[in-house]
Design a protein around this ligand. Sequence first.
Ligand code: ZN
Length: 473
Amino acid sequence: MVRKTANDTCSYSLYLTNTLSGQKQKFQPYDLNRVTMYVCGPTVYNYAHLGNARSAVVFDLLYRVLRDTYPCVLYTRNFTDVDDKINAAAERTKQSIRDITDRFIKAYRSDMKALGVIPPDFEPRVTDHIPDIISVICCLIDKGHAYVAEGHVLFHVPSFEQYGVLSGRKQTDLMAGGRVEAAPFKHDPADFVLWKPSIPSLPGWESPWGRGRPGWHIECSAMTASCLGLPIDLHGGGQDLIFPHHENEIAQSVSARGGAEYCRFWVHNGFVTVDGRKMSKSLGNVVLVHDLLRETEGETIRLALLSAHYRQPLDWSTELLEQCRRTLERLHRLLSDTDHLSQENITEGFSEPGIVARELYDDLNTPAALKALFGTARSLRHAVSHSERVRLRIELLAGLRLLGLFQENKLTSFQSVPSAFISDMLERRTEARDKRDFAEADRIRELLQAYGVTLEDTLQGTQWHIKTHNVKF
Ligand code: ZN
């Protein structure tokens, strides 16, 4: 795949279903040179189940497609490491909260790596962003969207006229959903918690409202702003997060920004069912990736997770897994049988996206992309002409790579901005400085800053690093 440069926008357009409009729309970032994406990550008190894994794999695929299209994509996926479920697990297992969250963050990273998920550029933990959270809450109180009551801070839902813009649900549904407790100190039953008091045995931080901890929704508003800067281009998560989590995130962030836009595209993936039934603790059918990986290759699980369109429910079964295992085995055999063709180096005819990419540009249509991939494999098996076989093999490999299958064990974290681009810019800046053209040197510094790359001139030369943004509403 050819990585696009800043001035070379893709000839193909990416279309995604935007939950905000309910329509499939052309994806248009605010800045072609700096695409930003935030996905709600797991609450870390247990191993990742298939629902967590589906979200991670779907958005990993979207990240790959975006990186294939734009020169700089910044992806943030958080860890929720403050939660009542974590507190309960700590009490049950007599372990410290930090030990539990550290252990399951490590396990999550290792399981996702096995599934071919590229580490996001930023993986913030809520506990590292408490000052950012407090600062957003202060801003909401100042603007009259939140109030303090009995050690709690609550968001006043009627203060935000657009409430329901994402889910289409009314404020009163909050109560009907049973996810909000009716507390006597609420000004409106739909108001939700931004900050709550903590007893000494529970995690807590000093705040203007006493020792306490944040509510769930406010975390993501604060971490999005802190890691990516606002507004962002794309926000993702499972369909179960549309309401109330993402609806509340919009209410918080847009209100804190005085009505300015928070995020342009909202993308949600469907549920995983197991043998036709909802996966739930009470049914005892929750499948953990950690357990699956004992006997199944990560790439088989990945293929199974990508076999249904991301917006549709995915029904998990041993038959599906076995079918994916056999498919991959056949593909591995084909690539090994045609390995002698890999020496050929042809680039002609590859300036356009491959057939797999074209299907993925259409709302990440993985069933169609896989059909195209298998079609290429079939053609390769039957092709007679040498040049045709070489071309088909390259096309097959490009498709597999884009889908994140057949990893080459290179899943270390990477900078989204190609380091070659940064080096090139640094060289040009040094040349400009040597010529005492400080305006040009400053221009390059600013250009890199737009990519999130900050420069530091030291005695050893110019050093660069990708820096997170400070919260700015
Ligand atoms: Zn979230």
